[in-house]
Design a protein around this ligand. Structure first.
Ligand code: PLP
Length: 369
């Protein structure tokens, strides 16, 4: 990148690419006839959430209450907390937030649902809930089919909870070894949810929402008839993992890290001023096997970011290419996983056509409670 940067390491967002990614996913949702409720944990930034809303999102998804608080403060008032809200302190904050916005919460156990109902009773509130279903990730989520039906019937006994529907996240797609496998996981994600919603309806239970989504699977699960909502997050940026999975070309990756070569201590080795405190040690949360090293170095074929210590990144030239980085040179690197990179920086530099045009605060960074 020819961009003049004040200092490095710096996380850069390419505005043209970001806007293309946002627009393209909104168009997909419109064409598939589903609502788009993007997960903002990927960017944690108010400016980006506002762009997603302007492009047609019905609201946003968050993992943590702290993220929801930041979004409500920014004027976004339809929020799904796709996460179990457990514990007194959090339930108190949730009830406070419910006075200011429409907040839907995920539940997947009866004890969790009872705690939520009790907190709501104490405050005279009614909480919209979706039941999280396990479509194969084996993280949270009740099993699809009869087990989901059993839990939903129990929830219906709790008058403070308003059952809205079902949600799932097929994050196991990140462990897929081919685009075909990603597609299969995506179709399964949609089909199993639609089948479970059908079972509930057959039992006389109305199901408004059937919510699915991860960036790799959404183009498949989102097309299954009966799915009503998609929740991709990472698509705003894409990254080396998405590229490795065949989800997006490198040219669509909107976020990168600019880092300076600080040393050339040996032939075939260069060291940059960004390590795990900039890139995170992420090689994919769910067993991704599609990346080598910790990022893709643009314009330096053959060189790989093979090792990270906290403040050093070690690049090695496995292919013994001719092009040699020089001390002082600024390199542009697409990280493996954009989401934790954003969470490690206070601000991102916003560029358009190679020129810095803005700086955005990562307002919800570190909001892990
Ligand atoms: C519950 C839930 N929904 C949606 C998403 C968005 O997935 P992705 O980042 O693959 O777009 C995530 C990601 O972690 C998630 O946990």
């Amino acid at each position: 990148m020819n961009l003049k940067v004040p200092d490095t390491p710096v996380v850069v967002v390419d505005l043209d690419k970001l806007e293309t990614n946002i627009r393209e996913m909104a168009e997909f949702a419109r064409e598939a006839g589903v609502s788009l409720r993007p997960h903002i944990k990927s960017h944690k930034t108010v400016e980006i959430a506002r762009k997603q809303m302007a492009a047609g999102a019905v609201g946003v998804t968050v993992a943590k209450l702290g993220e929801a608080e930041v979004m409500v403060e920014a004027g976004i008032t339809d929020i799904l907390i796709a996460y179990q809200v457990v514990g007194e302190a959090k339930l108190r904050r949730l009830m406070d937030l419910m006075g200011r916005a429409t907040i839907t919460v995920a539940v997947d156990t009866l004890p969790g649902a009872r705690m939520l109902a009790e907190a709501a009773r104490g405050r005279g509130r009614h909480v919209p809930v979706v039941v999280e279903v396990n479509s194969g990730l084996d993280r949270c989520g009740v099993l699809p089919g009869e087990e989901t039906l059993r839990l939903v019937r129990q929830l219906l006994e709790l008058p403070e909870l308003i059952f809205k529907g079902l949600m799932t996240h097929a994050g196991q797609a990140y462990g897929a070894s081919s685009p075909r496998q990603v597609a299969e996981i995506g179709r399964h994600e949609g089909e199993v949810m639609v089948a479970t919603a059908g079972l509930l309806r057959k039992s006389g239970i109305p199901v408004e929402t059937v919510s699915v989504g991860s960036t790799p699977t959404v183009k498949f699960s989102g097309r299954i008839k009966g799915v009503t909502e998609i929740r991709p997050g990472n698509y705003v940026f894409y990254d080396a993992i998405q590229h490795g999975l065949g989800v997006a070309p490198l040219e669509r990756c909107a976020l990168s890290v600019l880092a300076t070569v600080i040393s050339r201590p040996a032939p075939g080795r260069a060291v940059i001023d960004a390590g795990s405190k900039t890139f995170a040690l992420d090689k994919g949360a769910h067993g991704t096997a599609v990346v080598q090293g910790f990022g893709v170095v643009k314009g330096l074929p053959g060189w790989q970011l093979t090792r990270l210590s906290e403040e050093h990144g070690i690049l090695e030239d496995a292919a013994k290419m001719e092009r040699e980085p020089e001390v002082g040179e600024v390199l542009d690197i697409i990280p493996n996983h954009a989401c934790p990179v954003v969470n490690l920086t206070d601000r991102v530099l916003v560029v358009r056509s190679g020129k810095a045009v803005d700086e955005w605060r990562v307002a919800a960074r570190g909001r892990v409670r």
